[in-house]
Design a binder for this molecule. Structure first.
Ligand code: KIV
Length: 275
């Protein structure tokens, strides 16, 4: 059955935890969908784990639309959320609505995500009023890496913690259907989760969030540039891939691949005529 924003809402009401992962392509989205994931975020983490940038800032609307469309072709049941890249929604409410509309119309996703709290509430309200569900994202918001001075845990002082609680309430009031809490102390994430009626989706925010999300290359051991503390490695797919690549290279060099079973035959009669 297709997961929708209504499914997410009812999962919070029933106390059923929501599972989400990021994906950026058709094949991976299909595997996650078959595994029964509730939601897939086509994150702008694309910039780092797929495109090799140092941060998410260079990612464009065209990148996001291209990858969102691929994921949507693979995800039949998961709710697909397209991430709005840096500067696609900050400049004006009008541009935010237009770009959210493009992600949904051209990318095919069922919702969009954008980073920020009170400062982007006018955008959240306008996009929601255009019938495009919005997932908010507060705490460590990677598009603000330069303003934060690095990737750091957020909300540790009393003042910062109170501000995050207020940000969560503000995005709920603006119409967001869910909110990502990134790199927030677990006990603060628990307070936020209990203070709002929309689901909280945690990444580095402890087990009391209504749901969890991870970048799939992190949880499969496929991205080694750095591994945040909150990542659990569920498999060493990176090692398996490197091993398979090495075996292939060796077999190509030795001439043991391809074997007869990977080769197409032709009748000797035809071949004779070619000499
Ligand atoms: O871009 C992304 O992958 C994200 C998740 C880390 C929530 O925003």
């Amino acid at each position: 059955m297709k997961n929708t924003v209504a499914t997410f809402r009812s999962q919070k009401e029933k106390g059923e935890r929501i599972s989400m992962l990021t994906a950026y392509d058709y094949s991976t989205a299909k595997l996650m969908d078959q595994a029964g994931i509730n939601g897939i975020l086509v994150g702008d983490s694309l910039g780092m784990v797929v495109l090799g940038y140092e941060d998410t800032l260079p990612v464009t609307m065209e990148d996001m639309i291209h990858h969102t469309a691929a994921v949507c072709r693979g995800a039949k049941n998961a709710l697909v959320v397209g991430d709005m890249p840096f500067m696609s929604y900050q400049v004006s409410v009008e541009e935010a609505v237009r770009n959210a509309g493009r992600l949904m119309k051209e990318g095919g996703c069922q919702a969009v995500k954008l980073e920020g709290g009170a400062a982007v509430c006018p955008q959240i309200k306008a996009i929601t009023e255009a019938s495009i569900p919005v997932m908010a994202h507060i705490g460590l918001t990677p598009q603000s890496v330069n303003a934060f001075g690095g990737f750091k845990v957020q909300g540790k002082s009393e003042e910062a913690a109170r501000k995050l609680i207020e940000e969560a309430k503000a995005v709920e009031a603006a119409g967001a259907f869910a909110v990502v809490l990134e790199c927030v102390p677990a006990k603060l994430a628990e307070i936020i989760t209990k203070s709002i009626s929309i689901p909280t989706i945690g990444i580095g925010a402890g087990v009391e969030c209504d749901g969890q999300i991870l970048v799939y290359q992190d949880m499969l051991g496929m991205f080694s540039d750095f591994t945040p503390k909150f990542v659990k490695r569920y498999a060493n797919v990176g090692e398996v891939m490197t091993g398979a690549f090495q075996e292939y290279i060796e077999e190509v060099q030795k001439g043991t691949f391809p074997c007869p079973e990977h080769t197409f035959a032709i009748s000797d009669e035809v071949i004779k005529k070619l000499y």
